[in-house]
Design a protein around this ligand. Sequence first.
Ligand code: SAM
Ligand code: SF4
Length: 469
Amino acid sequence: MTTTRSKQLATYIDEAKIAATLASARTCEAKQVREILAKAREMKGLDAADMATLMENNDPELLEEMYAAARHVKNEIYGNRLVLFAPLYISNLCANECLYCAFRARNKELVRRTLNPEEIANETRILIEQGHKRVLLVSGEKYPKEGFDYVLNAIATVYSTRSGRGEIRRVNANVAPLSVEDYQRLKAAKIGTYQCFQETYHRATYAAVHVAGAKRDFDWRVTCFDRAMEAGIDDVGIGVLFGLYDWKYEVLAMKQEIEHLEDAFGVGPHTISVPRLEPAVGSALAYAPTHPVSDNDFKKIIALLRIAVPYTGIIMSTRENAATRRGTFELGVSQISAGSRSDPGGYAESNNGRNSEQFQLGDHRSLDEVVRDVASLGYTPSFCTACYRLGRTGADFMDMAKPGLIKHHCAPNALSSCMEYLLDYAKPETRKVGENLIAHELETMEPSVQKIGRRLVSEVRDDKRDMYV
Ligand code: SAM
Ligand code: SF4
């Protein structure tokens, strides 16, 4: 298969406009902040100027009010669900030289590893046996001799692997930008969300931290979602790597990207990821970010994204430690990874002492520990994959999400998928905490949804699996 690489320019990332918006927001009055927060509670999102104003606010009382608005939006749209997934690294070969990443081509400290189909199946089996239903397939940007088919074959391997009654029901992918033809093949492989992080939307910083390889082409990367959408992939996940450049600039640039996708394709991104730079072996920049994001600013970013783009999921990975993760759930996070490894083969060979991981993880707990923790905090751990399998993606998903309907499908589906986890994989103490949570959720649901929830949960108890609406 040939891959056509045509030049597309990301003209919608307008640095001068972002600078002007930030400059005009330097002073912010309490009254103005409260007016914006009142608007945010209507769940129609915020424009760039409003976002910039909220970024400048550091008054503790007003910050609390912003967090309360974020909690409101999160609760109205998503309820208390948290969707769980695990990354699956298939290869750490890479032809690029991203100064922050351990997989960069010239890094001699990294042990290179490309999993073969048996090893991919083995990793998948381990994840299934932990109770996972969703994986995010991740790879460096250099494929073995079969080229991009390596990734497509890996997806097929994951979907065809079984263990006991379990299987992976949704494979998302985080791989380098592709041509329209290759996106069509990725779609045909039945991926869920296509994820690609711009790292930084600031051209000069981008050039400074990507010093060799195809990834140096800023425009090819920013325009990847245009090509993915053209190929029919309508669930896309955006993100920046916080720590490379000013977070205020990056958040407004993401907003420009979102507006562009909405204007051009009628649908914004399905998810936003918020990775912060973590230490990475052999990569000095990862140990000393030039623009570190403090924990307080990190919270602000999440709350701001939640109210500015209410219908887009926010993903929190295990780069962050357990305490930081916990603090962000209520502010708007809707998906979390758990029990993760960032080295190919890391599930089968944990702690083998080899340097193969992409970056250091902050949360080392197992899936079961995370499920117990999340449930004891009152959130429903969800393994649901229904929307994607029923074709509720892209604009269809957004149409359903916008009137808050998502809560009515997702709440019962979350409970049935959680019950499936508790019965098939949970430790006894986790099962106890989880069953209490499900009982409480069923008790307090609106009557129309309660009926569906009770039916699905009792079907799972009666030994049926994969029950959803
Ligand atoms: N190689 C592909 C690419 O660069 O798009 C896809 C996979 S790459 C392994 C996934 C993401 O990991 C990158 O987009 C980057 O944002 C993130 N990453 C790289 N180095 C990191 C670090 N030191 N700390 C945190 N995240 C990092
Ligand atoms: Fe390669 Fe991606 Fe790491 Fe860059 S971020 S070195 S492209 S794996």
